[in-house]
Design a protein around this ligand. Structure first.
Ligand code: GTP
Length: 185
């Protein structure tokens, strides 16, 4: 009997999403526990040692910047990721629409023979008084590789450590079906 293990030596979390949604700010807020007023276009790759992560697994966090990197870099980073966080702005409808029209198809394209877990991250909840989660559930129904979603704010630090914990968990304890009934015609 073959038992497929999801245990990996390192969890590699990649953040993608439209420009300006706050990818770099999220990473810097996690690392420094404060909101960066002046944010660079891309955060350096960071490694969190196993003993300070909730799941006790060394974790790399990788930013993507379309200003500094090419589409080839983007595809390469998607293929290297253990989990992709697709970040959108809760105040930015276009960035939500692009989850299903651009980001999810792009991620799928890079995993023709399987799937990469995805976490949807709605940033900037400090700017709005509503939740985007109802609309996000519809996207989750369309793409079974989306493990979970979370709303947060890099500015107020709300749900920032939770977001990275969810990403780790999506790799180590995935819930999406290994076999999709819909595709079994
Ligand atoms: P690109 O590198 O262009 O792809 O952008 P990015 O997704 O890395 O976004 P970045 O972190 O550069 O943030 C874009 C702008 O949004 C900056 O002015 C941030 O200060 C602001 N921002 C990021 N997160 C938040 C947040 O949670 N709340 C608010 N109010 N502003 C935020």
């Amino acid at each position: 009997m073959v038992v497929k293990s999801h245990l990996k030596r390192t969890v590699r979390i990649l953040l993608v999403g439209d420009r300006g949604v706050g990818k770099t700010s999220l990473i810097l807020s996690l690392v420094s526990e404060e909101f960066p007023e002046n944010v660079p276009s891309k955060a350096e790759e960071i490694t969190i040692p196993a003993d300070v992560t909730p799941e006790q697994v060394p974790t790399n966090i990788v930013d993507f910047s379309s200003a500094e990197q090419s589409d080839t870099d983007l595809n390469d980073q998607i293929r290297r990721a253990s989990v992709v966080c697709v970040v959108y702005g809760v105040d930015d409808d276009d960035s939500i629409e692009r989850i299903s029209s651009y980001w999810m198809p792009l991620i799928r394209q890079n995993y023709p023979d399987g799937q990469c877990p995805v976490v949807l991250v709605g940033n900037k909840i400090d700017l709005v008084e509503y939740s985007t989660i109802d609309g996000i559930y519809e996207i989750m129904e369309e793409f079974s590789e989306i493990e979970t979603c979370i709303e947060c704010s890099a500015k107020t630090l709300k749900n920032i450590s939770e977001m990275f914990y969810y990403a780790q968990k999506a790799v180590l304890h995935p819930t999406s079906p290994i076999y999709s009934v819909e595709k079994a015609d």
